[in-house]
Design a protein around this ligand. Structure first.
Ligand code: GLN
Length: 486
């Protein structure tokens, strides 16, 4: 009997075309898998079996008529930062504990149009702030490769669900690495598209100038397939780009002749984790064998990326999160005597530690008298970081880098030390500040059997170059990734 939960999107679509099985059967297999393993992994905040079966039946009607599109009948998990009409959307925060959006995010509308099957909503760090998913107000997601370890964050539910085969693909969001880092820690593929490539309408905002929605998938082809559905201009997001959306799968079969891979000296430093370094070097060798050339490059302002990001992101967050005041959305404190006290009680009880820390940092940095010293300065440095990439892409087509400094760390290891947690974003956040696309794909396993991700960056709207490089690497790596029995 076919093990549906092991099949990729492309394999499922092939099966639907040949009428080998039905979307309802596949959906039932996923729901069963969730029942069997998600009590251990805890990727889902909410599973919606009735909705999923209803959607699967709708998909089967289309399949019957041979109306099969990219994601028809494909079971998906959705990060709980994306608004889903009629389905609770909490951002893993107490302040939105009971929030049921009256509308769908644009990407969700696009999935429905395809007759994708939505299985449920996935855990995350509260308001996407974190690198381990330990900041969720509700549950701690485990890494399916080792249940004592974090799955990465903030899209930890999105990576753990794909890795533990409780959805065929998921959507996540990436503000400073939150798709790529969890993808790396869980051994799946994750793409942060170019800023503006995918509409952010209905994505609950963290830092609006950095946020992007993207796919987490079992392989590179699936990543291209999901991009074909979610990319594109949207009148409801003024930052979404009018650039043409190519068929992303078309790039995959192109070879790597003529591709130059930039190796940034700042990302390969002495003292880095041996397993990570070996994995990345191996990946670069394979790209070379597949026809690519390499060139040494420099991104000299990389060392300012963390301090710059941790000014800009909290500033934007403090402004975006001011809407959660007990009046417009979600929960309101019960005990209060006047308006001010109501705000104070609601926000003190509704937000977790990390979110409050960032609201305070952001409010302070934006206050009169400090704005020039912090936010303005950080914005200027951001331009320097962006210029580094502009210079680098004059010499190369893609940049190869690690995703995270180490494989997945233990639950609790960094949760009491915010600075240590922030430092784990060192290789991912420059990409968001420059607005460029980047992908993580599994390249190796560490000595103790944990996945290591390989990061590929490219210039704005060059996802095609990333996808073909990743596809060639994946093909030639032949890495067998089998999560330990759950
Ligand atoms: N870890 C980073 C942070 O905590 C990035 C989060 C994200 O990309 N959403 O801000």
């Amino acid at each position: 009997m076919t093990n549906f939960t092991e099949l990729t999107i492309s394999q499922l679509t092939e099966g639907y075309r040949k009428k080998e099985f039905k979307a309802v059967e596949v959906t039932e297999a996923y729901l069963k898998r969730i029942e069997e393993v998600d009590s251990k992994v805890k990727a889902y905040l909410e599973v919606c079996p009735e909705i999923a079966i209803f959607l699967a039946k709708e998909a089967d009607k289309s399949i019957e008529k041979n109306e099969i599109s990219y994601l028809t009948g494909i079971p998906a998990g959705i990060k709980d930062v994306l608004c889903t009409k009629g389905i609770k959307t909490t951002c893993a925060s107490k302040i939105l504990e009971n929030f049921i959006p009256p509308y769908d995010a644009t990407v969700i509308e696009k999935l429905y149009k395809e007759k994708t099957v939505i299985l449920g909503k996935l855990n995350m760090d509260e308001f996407a702030m974190g690198s381990s998913t330990e900041n969720s107000a509700f549950i701690t997601t485990k890494n399916p490769w080792d249940l004592e370890r974090i799955p990465g964050g903030s899209s930890g539910g999105s990576s753990a669900s794909v890795a533990s085969r409780t959805c065929a693909f998921s959507l996540g969001s990436d503000t400073g690495g939150s798709i790529r880092q969890p993808a790396s820690h869980c051994g799946v593929v994750g793409l942060k598209p170019t800023y503006g490539r995918v509409s952010r309408y209905g994505l609950i905002a963290f830092a609006s100038s950095l946020d992007q929605i993207g796919p987490l998938t079992k392989d590179v082809r699936d990543c291209a397939v999901v991009m074909n559905v979610i990319a594109g201009q949207d009148n409801r997001d003024s930052t979404s780009s009018t650039n043409d959306v190519p068929d992303f799968t078309k790039f995959l079969e192109e070879g790597l002749d003529g591709i130059t891979v930039g190796i940034p000296e700042e990302y390969f430093v002495s003292g880095m984790d041996r397993d990570v370094e070996d994995g990345i070097r191996k990946g670069i060798e394979i790209l070379k064998e597949a026809g690519a050339k390499t060139v040494d490059i420099s991104l000299p302002h990389s060392k300012y990326a963390i301090p710059t990001y941790y000014i800009i992101a909290p500033c934007e967050a403090s402004s975006n999160l001011s809407r959660f005041d007990g009046v417009k959305y979600g929960v309101r404190a019960e005990d209060y005597h006047n308006l001010l006290q109501m705000y104070k009680e609601t926000r003190s009880k509704g937000f977790g530690e990390e979110v409050k820390r960032r609201i305070m940092l952001g409010t302070y940095s934006l206050s009169a008298g400090y704005y020039d010293a912090y936010y303005k300065k950080a914005s200027q440095v951001r331009t320097l970081i962006k210029n580094d990439f502009n210079e680098a892409f004059k010499k190369c087509d893609i940049i190869a880098a690690p995703v995270a400094p180490t494989p997945a760390f233990k639950i609790g290891e960094k949760s009491n030390d915010p600075i240590q947690m922030y430092l784990s974003d060192v290789f991912t956040i420059s990409v968001n500040m420059a607005g460029i696309p980047a992908l993580s794909l599994p390249v190796a396993l560490s000595g103790n059997g944990l996945p290591i991700g390989f990061q590929i960056m490219a210039n704005h709207f060059q996802e095609g170059k990333i996808l073909k490089s990743a596809y060639n690497l994946e093909k030639n790596l032949q890495l067998s990734l089998k999560i330990p029995n759950l």
